[in-house]
Each structure stands twice: as structure tokens, then as C-alpha cells.
Design a protein around this ligand. Sequence first.
Ligand SMILES: CCCCC/C=C\C/C=C\C/C=C\C/C=C\C/C=C\CCCCC(=O)SCCNC(=O)CCNC(=O)[C@H](O)C(C)(C)COP(=O)(O)OP(=O)(O)OC[C@H]1O[C@@H](n2cnc3c(N)ncnc32)[C@H](O)[C@@H]1OP(=O)(O)O
Ligand SMILES: Cc1cc2nc3c(=O)[nH]c(=O)nc-3n(C[C@H](O)[C@H](O)[C@H](O)COP(=O)(O)OP(=O)(O)OC[C@H]3O[C@@H](n4cnc5c(N)ncnc54)[C@H](O)[C@@H]3O)c2cc1C
Length: 647
Amino acid sequence: MEGVDHLAFERNKAQFDVDEMKIVWAGSREDFELSDRISRLVASDPVFRKDDRAALGRKELFKNTLRKAAHAWKRVIELRLSGEFSALEPEAYKLRAFVDQPAFTDLHWGMFVPAIQGQGTDEQQQKWLPLAYRMQIIGCYAQTELGHGSNVQGLETTATFDPKTDEFVIHSPTLTSSKWWPGGLGKVSTHAVVYARLIIDGQDYGVHGFIVQLRSLDDHLPLPGITIGDIGMKFGNAAYNTMDNGVLTFDHVRIPRNQMLMRVSQVTREGKYVHSNVPRQLVYGTMVYVRQKIVADASVALSRAVCIATRYSAVRRQFGSHNGGLETQVIDYKTQQSRLFPLLASAYAFRFVGEWLLWLYTDVTERLKAKDFSTLPEAHACTAGLKSLTTTATADGIEECRKLCGGHGYLCSSGLPELFAVYVPACTYEGDNIVLLLQVARHLVKTVSQLSTGNKPVGTTAYMARLEQLLQYHSDVKKAEDWLKPNVVLEAFEARAARMCVACAQNLSKFSNPEEGFQELAADLVEAAVAHCQLIVVSNVYALSLLHKHLGDFISTGCIDPKQGSLANEQLRNLYSQVRPNAVALVDAYNYTDHYLGSILGRYDGNVYPKLYEEAWKDPLNDSIVPDGFKEYIQPLLKQQLRNARL
Ligand SMILES: CCCCC/C=C\C/C=C\C/C=C\C/C=C\C/C=C\CCCCC(=O)SCCNC(=O)CCNC(=O)[C@H](O)C(C)(C)COP(=O)(O)OP(=O)(O)OC[C@H]1O[C@@H](n2cnc3c(N)ncnc32)[C@H](O)[C@@H]1OP(=O)(O)O
Ligand SMILES: Cc1cc2nc3c(=O)[nH]c(=O)nc-3n(C[C@H](O)[C@H](O)[C@H](O)COP(=O)(O)OP(=O)(O)OC[C@H]3O[C@@H](n4cnc5c(N)ncnc54)[C@H](O)[C@@H]3O)c2cc1C
């Protein structure tokens, strides 16, 4: 039977309305219609073609990215996708997503503009934002240096106030202070928000943001005192090499005083440092914003991989043929289901968690406007923790999907190698995932230690208020179906997270130096932070497979016993059987075009084998029957073998 028939058959098995699910996935009917329209628009535009990307060299690839970014901007304007001022509108964002090629514009819109919006005064916003909104200047976010990324307070670039000229002098005092990594910096950006130590009259006031012009707006050459370039090829072939991650050094570059972002703190004409009545952590606000975006994007990357692996698993057959009949679809193997279906569930779970985090972020932003900073620690912990949890699971999930597709998953035409290579740096950028979990752990330990002072835990740590009860808890599950009750799963996750946090807090209290204790117990603290973040996911959606995966934690903390663990596993198998007939329909609900998926294995029509065969012949190596180099390197070998044989 041809693949085409396999998927039609699969679609007929679905036990739910796929069109309704498309709307659930998109968020609303309006969002669905918008995504559908824009994804088709991109798919039908020859400039946005991407099937040739893997074969391009770096220079061609980069030029191709510039072309796409310019064309995307033209389309944003022609189709009025940008609202009056900014491309940070859902329509433009969707266009960017479906173009599916990282570019300098991501950092311009995703970090440069938000940094000015969040940290600039009203006056500064009025001056810089209209230019940035019209892309008359192009900006990047220059924070990380060769010597320091995670440790932001360790940055070395200096911004020294010169009261004589009312300027800051931006300087890179050491090799390790070279800015290193900022996307869009290497070849494109005309401006950057540069993070540097503020020095006034010899005193160091810590890291602050400054708007610095890097290149001439006429001929694009670096301005005097600025050395700038690309940091070189990165992991994967095309993947993130569409981006010009850059290196930048300053040799006493002067900027006007009013280019320090002064919403959080100011430097007066007289050189006086004034700190507003707001937490200094607001300087980190852009990172909170982007981490929230990264969580929202995790479900997109994971769902793409899952869509490919699910469709292909329904098309692929191995073993099990009796009397010349059909072999078994690999999706029917229980091992395939137990690896694939939890990822399918995770993609949906991350979609809903992303929506929830957007709500939380919007709420915090509104409160900040009203000068209520009380929820900032919670927003930091949630964005950092969920960024870490979802990107780790997504990167691992994409790789698992590649393995689920067997040998063909390793072909670039499966779409999976490139998806992995583009996605995996998300575990590092915008905060290394372990470093971020340690931030969550600090928040949790602080919460536990404040319980005795009567401080009521709020937000996602509210469950800690029931600590006594959670420490007494033992699951009352008696049969497999009991694990279907959301409250039963939720309580087990709450008790596990609470017990792991309390155990860490108790162990920490044994150290006379808390910081030393924190370093010593870091691995346990990270586990406790993961347990807490998983609880956030579980409290937004139901997730039994996580419980099975981390059974060790649940049993060792005494929340459940081994028998109840086996019942969870039994229930999970029942659930896999229920998902099985719906699997293809569940991934169809993502409504991805073949252009966006970029995968022969994940084609909507399931016509995998003829297309794989056709694609192989397009490889440049097949341009000639006898390869270049035959005469120089193969023929002499063959002749030598002949001579040896004669001897
Ligand atoms: C053409 C058409 C186009 C149309 C286009 C349309 C749309 C645009 C398309 C896309 C754009 C959208 C989005 C973009 C999405 C993706 C972008 C793409 C790629 C991403 C590139 C990645 C960029 C980067 O990587 S930038 C660099 C990021 N760097 C980091 O993340 C560094 C990590 N380190 C830290 O964050 C911190 O230093 C630390 C680890 C938290 C360490 O802090 P610590 O040692 O504790 O010390 P400190 O004194 O600094 O902090 C103490 C105190 O502060 C609290 N804290 C820390 N951080 C925060 C925070 N962020 N917010 C609030 N509070 C914070 C901490 O908890 C402590 O609190 P307390 O004292 O204990 O109470
Ligand atoms: C593709 C890509 C794009 C990027 N884009 C930008 C950009 O646009 N702008 C920008 O400013 N930056 C950018 N970055 C830089 C990025 O933000 C940093 O690389 C990231 O924050 C990690 O910091 P690091 O490189 O210093 O890692 P390190 O901190 O050196 O990490 C190395 C190892 O040390 C461990 N480690 C570090 N500190 C601790 C600790 N306290 N406890 C335990 N373990 C620890 C980490 O877990 C990791 O295993 C980008 C990076 C990449 C890969």
C-alpha cells in the first residue's frame, strides 16, 4: 500500500473533530485564521523557499538570509502586518515564524526594541523607538563577553563618565571583555544596547545598558574605535549559521550621556548617580521577556518534530507480515508509542503552559507599570525555570524524534537534523539551563525559609503553605484508573516538590556558610527546581508520563509506593492505546504546511518513499555520474590495486 493511503486511513480513525482542535491549538478562531493565511502566504512565495538551504555555503546562506529578511519586511509593510509602529504585532511575528530562518531581525525586534521599551525613559523611547520601528536603525543586544555570559555582574566592558564633555567613554579593557555572541552584531547592526560597568569618578556602579552606534548609516563601516566581525561557523550546516553572531571591541568610544538607558537609574549632568525607586533587577527585564517568548516557542519546535515522527511512524512498516500481508506500522509498537506519545502530550502541554506564562508576564508588566514590584521574583523564577524545563525537553525530544524515524531521520531531507541544530542553542542562550534552575532553587529555598516567619507563599509556590499536609501525604491510589484523576496526580507532584525543597533547605541549614552549602548541594537543588517546574506544567495540564519518568523521586520521597508506580505505568499503557487511533489527527491539528515542516518524512500526504528517492537525485554529488576527483584520487588507487594483484 502507498503511504498516501496509510495517512488517509489514519485520519479516518480520529475520534475527535480535527478542525475544532486546530482552533484549540491556535488559541482562537481568529488566531487560527491568521496563522493559516500567513503560513500559506509564506509557503507560496518563492523568495521564502528553503529546501535548498542545506547545500549553501556560509556566504550564500547569509546573503539568502538578508534577502529573506528584506523581503519579509517588505511584505510586512505591503500587507500592513505591522500595526502603525511596530513589527512586534502577532501578524508580523507569525510571518517571521513561518519564514523559519533565524536572522538579525530576531534580535532587533526581540531584544533591542524591548530593551529600549523596558529600560529607556519616555524621552529616550520617543527618540529611538520610531527609528527602530521603521528599521531606519538596526539594533542588537550586546551583553555577553568572551569571558563572561552567565555571570552578568562579572562583565568587564566599562562606560566611564567624562563630566568635561558630558559623555560616556565605552572601552574594552581586556581581551575577555570583547563582546562575543550577540546575534545580528557581526555584519548587520548599526546600533546596539551595550551592557557595561558604569564608572563615575573612579567608582564602579555595576552593569547598565547604553545605546551605542556601531556602524555608519551611510556606508555601513564601523565607527572610529570600533572593531567588529562575525565569530565564525556554529553547530550544524545551515541551522543557526544564518545568524551573524558577532565580536565587538571598543577603544575609548564616546557617546552622549543621554544614551545610557535611564529608566532604572540616572547619571546627572554633574555626574551624580541617582537610583529610581524601582528594583535594580529591572535592568534584566529584557531577559525575562525573551525567556517567556522562548517558552511559547518550545511547543512549536517540539510539535514540528512530533508531527514528522508521528506521520512517518504511521507510514513506516517493519516486521510482522503473515502470509504475504502487510507488515506492522511502526507506530503500533508499544515501545514506539511509549517514546512518541509522551512527546506528543508534551507539545500540547507546553503550548498551554506558554499561554499561561504569557498571562503571568502580562500581569507582571501591568503591575510594574503601577509600581507594584511584588511579583517580580515569581516572574523571574517562572520564566527562568520554564525556559530551562521546556527547552531541555524540546531539544531532547527533537533528537528522540530523529531516532524514532530510524535511518531516514538522519537525512537532512527529514527536516530533523536542521531543526535540532537550530533549536539546541536555546538550552544555552538567554541563560544556561542549569544556571537558570539554580535561580529557581534560590527562590524555592528562600520561600521555604520564610515559612517560619509567617510569610505566606504566593503564586506557583502557594502549595508550600500546606507544607505540613504535604509532608504527611501518601497517595491513596488503589487501581490504575485512579491515576486518571487530575487531583491525584497534582497532589503527588506537590508533595514530591515540597519534600525535595524541604530536604534541600534542611541540608543547607547544616552549613555555617549558606553560599558554600548552596555550591555543595547544587545538584540536589537543581533536581528540586525541576520538580517544582514540572509541577507548574502539571497544574496547567495533565501529565502522567512525567510521573512515570521520575518514579524514583516519587518513591524515594515516600509520596507513592512501588505498587502505585506500577499502576501508573499500567494506566499509561491504557492511555497510549487511546491516543493511538488519534495520533495522526492530533498532529494534523497543528495545521503546519509542508513548506513549514520542511520534511519529506512528515509530508501531509504520507508519500514518503517516491519523494525521498526523487530528492536523493537532487544532491549536487549526483550532478555527474563520475565524481570530481575520480581521476586524481580514485583511479590511481584502483590502478595500484591492480598492480598489487598482478604482483
Ligand atoms: C522582517 C520582519 C520581522 C518581523 C519580526 C517580528 C518579530 C520578531 C521575531 C522574533 C523576536 C521575538 C522574540 C525573540 C526570541 C528569541 C530570540 C532569539 C534568540 C535569542 C538570542 C539569545 C540572546 C541572549 O542570549 S542575550 C544574553 C542572555 N544572558 C543571560 O541570560 C545571562 C544569564 N545570567 C543571568 O540572568 C544573571 O546574571 C543570573 C544568572 C540571574 C545571576 O544573577 P545573580 O548571580 O543572582 O546576581 P545578581 O546580583 O545579578 O541577581 C541577584 C538578584 O536578582 C534576581 N534576579 C536575577 N535575574 C533576574 C531577572 N531577570 N529578573 C528579576 N530578578 C532577577 C535574583 O533572583 C536575585 O534576587 P534576590 O536578591 O535573591 O532577591
Ligand atoms: C546561539 C547563541 C546566540 C546568542 N545570542 C546572544 C545575544 O544576542 N546577545 C548576548 O548578549 N548573548 C548571546 N548569547 C550568549 C548566551 O546568552 C550565553 O552563552 C549564555 O548566557 C551562557 O553563558 P556562558 O556562555 O557564559 O556559559 P557558561 O556560564 O560559561 O557555562 C559553561 C558551563 O558552566 C556551567 N555554570 C556556569 N555557572 C555556573 C554556576 N554558577 N553553577 C553551576 N554551573 C555553572 C554551565 O551550566 C555550563 O555547563 C548567545 C549564545 C548562543 C549560543
